[in-house]
Design a binder for this molecule. Structure first.
Ligand code: DON
Length: 578
């Protein structure tokens, strides 16, 4: 068990320290328990679909494919087949892989496609409508996962999703809230409005049923014919037709040429644990590892969760790592990513040497050379009876993506193009200020923050974790890992605990409301930090811990084999074991 400040206080009540400790009591429900498998997703019906697959003898990859399609029906604000994502896999024999089925820029995309004639960004152009759409990858990704690692036929895995689309599903409070949030945007596209809004133009409410016959037909075609039905058939034709008619640039060859990339995950060690996470075109794994490498040099357990000292070193590590994220990383087919340099423990030491123990750093002093001055994604974590573990994060980018559906397809399309640098120095939807490495080019994939992550200890799965949250995905995932390993929280507490975030620019520490005590806020302000405590989007993590609900329980023995936790911020989600 980590030697936390709380443990020390218990042994020696007389111990005092220069900074009064602020102990975070992350009160949370007990994690879900399972002995044979665990599925954690942001929508309870999708979770049940995954558990049913495991019970029928499917493995974690089978369950991940079935859940991916189910979420496209029951969680349409983020779950998608009109978008893309990443899957990190660790099989029971220790094999690991990473499937990149993220969107690619259309062949007709250009570096300046979102700028007006004066070189200024055109408001909304990379976010709303067909010009914002990247070539979707989810269908190809799920099929590759199933073919390489799955055991069950596609038809069996897609049947629950098709049934929910055809027969409908009844909305609970969490579902209804997400539809209400998207109503205004969806009203602008007649095909989207016809599906997601009632005849009176209002969103579906609690207890009402959403039926999606067009989506059922598209899914049935994919189930029968495979990805060809999407990329080479009527679905692509309809999307290309709608795109052409409504200001987009998608063309048939974009779909015909789409290919999933199988990549080697990024790995690093942290205090004896191995982190297996997303490589470029995600920044997630590299930046999580870079931050962890820096933090490894500080006694976080002793400094305590939520203390000013802990927040200080975490923010400084984040500040330095996000400079690298935003300036150096991009699609590996186009950019030479300096991954090994960024993951070098010596580089982490260089960063630590630059951190003033008493003062906040200054972001503009870290400006790289040549650098100009709600939202939805979803993550799910699955583990099966054999210990095969799968972490998937996929997205339409913004909530309900570009807010458009091509007639007859029932498929919401993404607005992933906004993740590119439109112009160096101009912030995107998540306030990220990025550089040339992430500039738009035909067939290039925009840099992502999605971080589906598996942590192992002594060659065995220890944690499966990830989250939505735009640029905060990285720090959310990192904080859950640190909360479990350094602060001794159980997996649910670690996920629910209040969060902080810094991304280099703007030079602001974002703090979840009530995340820090007023004393801690004052200490940080005194060190020179600017804090923003306004209510923002803090993601909805989904995690599994193996062998107990916390490190203490794992060490003591007697905990459940699988312990699942869906973020208390995820109103419709569920962790379910069996
Ligand atoms: O790939 C990325 O980094 C973003 N498109 C993720 C968007 C996201 O997490 C939105 N959800 N809250």
């Amino acid at each position: 068990m980590p030697l936390t400040r709380r443990t020390l206080i218990a042994v020696s009540l007389s111990l005092t320290f220069a900074f009064t400790p602020t102990i975070v009591f992350a009160a949370s429900p007990t994690p879900a328990k399972g002995e044979h498998g665990m599925v954690v997703t942001a929508q309870h019906l999708a979770t049940e679909v995954g558990v049913d697959v495991l019970k029928k003898g499917g493995n974690a990859v089978d369950a991940a494919v079935a859940v991916g399609y189910a979420l496209a029906v029951v969680y349409p604000n983020a779950g998608n087949i009109g978008g893309g994502g990443f899957m990190t896999v660790r099989m029971k024999d220790g094999r690991t892989t990473f499937l990149d089925f993220r969107e690619r820029a259309p062949l007709a995309a250009t570096k300046t496609m979102y700028l007006d004639k004066d070189g200024k960004p055109i408001k909304g152009a990379s976010l709303d409508g067909y010009l914002a759409v990247g070539v979707p990858g989810s269908v190809a990704g799920f099929e590759m996962a199933r073919e390489k690692f799955g055991t069950l036929p596609r038809q069996e895995l897609m049947a629950p999703a098709i049934a929910y689309a055809k027969d409908g599903f009844v909305l609970n409070q969490g579902d209804a809230a997400s539809f209400a949030g998207g109503a205004e945007r969806l009203a602008k596209d007649p095909a989207a409005a016809a599906i997601f809004l009632k005849k009176d133009g209002k969103p579906y409410g609690i207890g009402e049923k959403l039926v999606q016959p067009d989506l059922a037909a598209s899914l049935s075609a994919i189930s029968d014919k495979g990805p060809d039905a999407f990329y080479n058939g009527a679905i692509a034709d309809e999307i290309v037709k709608a795109s052409g008619a409504k200001g987009g640039i998608l063309a048939k060859p974009d779909f015909e040429q789409y290919a999933v990339r199988e990549l080697k995950p990024v790995t690093c060690s942290y205090r004896g644990y191995e982190i297996i996470s997303s490589p470029p075109p995600s920044s997630g794994g590299v930046i999580i590892c870079e931050i962890l490498n820096v933090l490894e040099g500080y006694p976080l357990s002793y400094l305590g969760a939520g203390s000013a000292e802990t927040v200080h070193v975490m923010v400084e590590a984040m500040r330095h790592a996000y400079v690298d994220r935003n300036s150096a990383l991009g699609d590996p087919d186009f950019v030479d990513n300096p991954v090994s340099r960024l993951l070098d423990k010596a580089y982490a030491k260089d960063i630590r040497d630059k951190i003033d123990p008493f003062r906040a750093g200054v972001s503009k002093e870290l400006m790289p050379k040549g650098f100009g001055e709600s939202k939805e994604t979803t993550h799910y974590s699955i583990i099966d009876k054999d210990g095969n573990a799968v972490a998937v994060t996929y997205t339409l980018n913004g909530s309900f993506g570009a807010g458009v559906v091509a007639d007859g397809t029932g498929i919401l399309l993404n607005n992933e193009m906004d993740d590119f640098t439109q112009k160096p120095g101009v912030p995107n939807l998540y306030g990220l200020v990025q550089g040339e490495a992430n500039a738009i080019q035909p067939k290039k994939t925009p840099l992502s923050s999605m971080s589906p992550t598996i942590v192992t200890k002594d060659g065995k799965p220890f944690m499966v974790i990830g989250s939505p949250g735009g640029s905060r995905i990285i720090t959310i995932t990192l904080e859950v890992i640190v909360n479990v390993i350094d602060h001794g929280m159980d997996i649910q507490q670690a996920i629910d605990a209040p969060r902080i975030h810094h991304q280099w620019l703007p030079d602001t520490v974002y703090v979840e409301p009530f995340g820090l005590s007023p004393d801690t806020e004052k200490l940080l302000a005194g060190m020179g930090y600017h804090l923003d405590l306004s209510d923002q989007i803090w993601g909805q993590a989904a995690g599994i811990l193996v062998g107990g609900k916390s490190l203490a329980q794992i060490e003591k023995g007697g905990g459940a084999r699988y312990n699942g936790a869906i973020d208390s911020r995820a109103a419709a989600g569920e962790a379910l074991g069996y």
